[in-house]
Design a protein around this ligand. Structure first.
Ligand SMILES: NC(=O)c1ccc[n+]([C@@H]2O[C@H](COP(=O)([O-])OP(=O)(O)OC[C@H]3O[C@@H](n4cnc5c(N)ncnc54)[C@H](OP(=O)(O)O)[C@@H]3O)[C@@H](O)[C@H]2O)c1
Length: 276
């Protein structure tokens, strides 16, 4: 991972979960790391953890409180960040929220929040930073989608709408930025043991648990390592772990089979519930 040494990396959602794991790894590889998220207390704790992993005394770190769903605020904050820290060599859009429930139990407000943070949030940050990254003529953008951005799973109507959208956005952006030397990747993690997963588990229907249980549970450090490695390989879709890769291939080659398996899991849950 020598590439990252001395590089400037911006990470939205860098105060927790996958974003924080990536920030800690990048600090240990010698990168200058700048994280963006809303909660100031969480940012403070995260930056201390990131700094503690640094490789040398010359590395720079900072934490900025920012809501990525606010277009104007993002533009202002990123303009300031570029002046202070320099344009990013690597931008990781990890900020996100996940709500999981049946469609009829998902309010408009929840849907709106998902789209505003998980989709508009990435647009806002890219809008602010692509011009300065293009001016450099090199770099990487990694947008964090999900396995739920590749396969529509029971309970994820709002989340999948945002995460499928993010893959389309990233694929279009990839083609546009390639001639400028900027590589775009999209990370699609399976279930990862983070505060977000714990939060979504509070409302997750049994049907969703039965389906997503097949794709395994990963640690944020494993997911972040896979992301940083495959980013350097300039892979477009990055899927950590074998189960997720297998699901993606099956979805592309035999979508009907994936549907049969998911419908079977839903039927089983319903049968078990009826027996109780
Ligand atoms: N964990 C999983 O199983 C899983 C699976 C697939 C994909 N993902 C995706 O991976 C990414 C990281 O998730 P995670 O599991 O690491 O979650 P996490 O531990 O909850 O971290 C989410 C981060 O995003 C920040 N954030 C949330 N809303 C924000 C906003 N409006 N503006 C700025 N920052 C915001 C949070 O900080 P504040 O709340 O303080 O702002 C936090 O730093 C997300 O995009 C998620 O959808 C996760």
């Amino acid at each position: 991972m020598n590439y990252y040494s001395g590089k400037t990396v911006y990470i939205t959602g860098g105060s927790s979960g996958i974003g924080l794991a990536a920030a800690v790894l990048l600090a240990s590889y010698g990168a200058n790391v700048f994280i963006f998220a809303r909660n100031k207390e969480k940012l403070k704790k995260a930056i201390a953890k990131i700094e503690a992993s640094k490789k040398s005394a010359v590395q720079r770190f900072a934490a900025v409180s920012l809501d990525v769903s606010e277009n104007r605020a993002v533009r202002k904050a990123m303009e300031k960040a570029v002046k202070e820290f320099g344009a990013p060599d690597v931008l990781i859009n990890s900020a996100g929220v996940a709500y999981c429930n049946d469609f009829e139990n998902t309010s408009f407000e929840k849907f709106d929040e998902e789209i505003k943070i998980d989709l508009y949030g990435v647009w806002n940050v890219c809008e602010a930073l692509v011009p300065v990254m293009k001016a450099r003529g090199a770099g990487h953008i990694v947008n964090i989608s999900s396995m739920a951005g590749l396969v529509g799973v029971y309970g994820y109507t709002a989340y999948s709408a945002a995460k499928f959208g993010l893959i389309g956005f990233s694929e279009s952006l990839r083609g546009e930025l390639k001639p400028s030397g900027i590589n775009v990747s999209v990370l699609c993690p399976p279930d990862t043991d983070t505060p977000q997963l714990h939060e979504e588990n509070k409302t997750k229907p049994a049907e969703t648990k039965a389906i997503s249980g097949n794709a395994g549970l990963y640690q944020p450090d494993f997911v972040a390592k896979a992301m940083l490695k495959d980013t350097l390989r300039k892979k477009f879709i990055i899927i950590p772990g074998l189960e997720g890769k297998f699901t993606y291939i099956m979805k592309r080659l035999c979508p009907w089979l994936v549907e049969v398996v998911m419908d079977g899991a839903i039927k089983k849950v319903r049968r078990q519930a009826a027996k109780k």
